[in-house]
Design a protein around this ligand. Sequence first.
Ligand code: FAD
Length: 389
Amino acid sequence: MAATQTARVDLEALRASVRALCARFDDAYWRELDARREYPEAFVQALTEAGYLAALIPEEYGGAGLGITEASVILEEINRAGGNAGACHAQMYTMGTILRHGSPEQKARYLPEIAAGRLRLQAFGVTEPTTGSDTTHLKTTAVRRGDRYVINGQKVFISRVQHSDMMLLLARTTPLEAVRRRSEGLSVFLVDLREAVGRGLSVQPLRTMMNHETNALFFDNVEVPAENLIGEEGQGFRYILDGMNAERILIAAECVGDGYWFIDRATRYAKERVVFGRPIGQNQGIAFPLARAWANVRAADLMRFEAAARFDRGEPCGAEANVAKLLASEASWEAANVAVQTYGGYGFVADMDIERKFRETRLYQVAPISTNLILAYVAEHVLGLPRSY
Ligand SMILES: Cc1cc2nc3c(=O)[nH]c(=O)nc-3n(C[C@H](O)[C@H](O)[C@H](O)COP(=O)(O)OP(=O)(O)OC[C@H]3O[C@@H](n4cnc5c(N)ncnc54)[C@H](O)[C@@H]3O)c2cc1C
């Protein structure tokens, strides 16, 4: 991978400005949306207007031209402030597939619109109900007919579809039996949701543990113009893999933000809550789990910066990006658990916000890739062990 030219900014100044924006959206804002299962539209709009969601788009297309390091700090700060960057993080990185593999016309047409916030490309359709983590066996097909592709199949857990104008879709264009390697014959398309929904594409919302807009999608002869194919037909799996390191690093940063948030809140509570005539934090049974959780979040934080630095230098970072996400998602979950224990009964009360963030941070050991699949990657690609699946 060639080194990318990215602008550098002072990370502390960046943190301070994101924090100032987040301060306008307090705990009650996120809590009430959670209760109503609503999208944080006002927050996403403010973030868009401030240009943060265009952080990774090069300046020539109207973005900020920043690196993954800076982008990760933006998302970390959102979660560290008690918010949930998962509502919009994909607007930052989904465009990377167009940037790296799109034609000059596609880049000129879409990137400035995304950078300006006039176009939302934050839906990304890979997972299918029958194949799950086994992506290369996915069954959705795209068949070329003249100047269009006709798409049939199903996807599941496709997030933000109802708050996105376009979706990046992975579908099979050459049957599995006709390719040499199962990773071949898959292609990436830009699907204009404004045209497709109701014209063959049905969207069935799925209610999940947390406030996260995700959906089952059904494609029944959905037509997509051939010009919406990204890159070369049949090479789509490779294009998707190219974007995964960025996604892993950014989500690791969100988990780091969550982890620090839990520890900040629980530490504050442990100092204030007096039982048996002393602050509960004076008991090592409360203090040590908090200290250990901090140690693990801090270690994951460093791995995130290591992965991000390698990414920004254009060096291979598959192992570091995957391990950053693995460690950070486990550290944030540990911190979440410790926070609940520290708060005692109040950890379960919605007004304290701990239980909401507890539900939110749990996702990242499963999506966008589960912990076992990361361990399988490390076993095979770092340790050289035989492939297990
Ligand atoms: C809220 C939410 C939002 C999501 N958003 C999106 C999205 O926007 N776009 C998208 O494409 N997908 C999305 N996903 C899907 C997500 O990426 C998948 O849930 C995830 O990749 C796991 O796939 P699965 O759920 O089918 O689990 P499965 O593949 O069925 O796996 C189930 C369990 O078995 C384990 N397992 C499977 N195979 C092996 C093996 N060989 N070795 C060891 N363990 C194994 C897994 O680790 C996992 O723990 C989302 C999921 C959720 C819950």
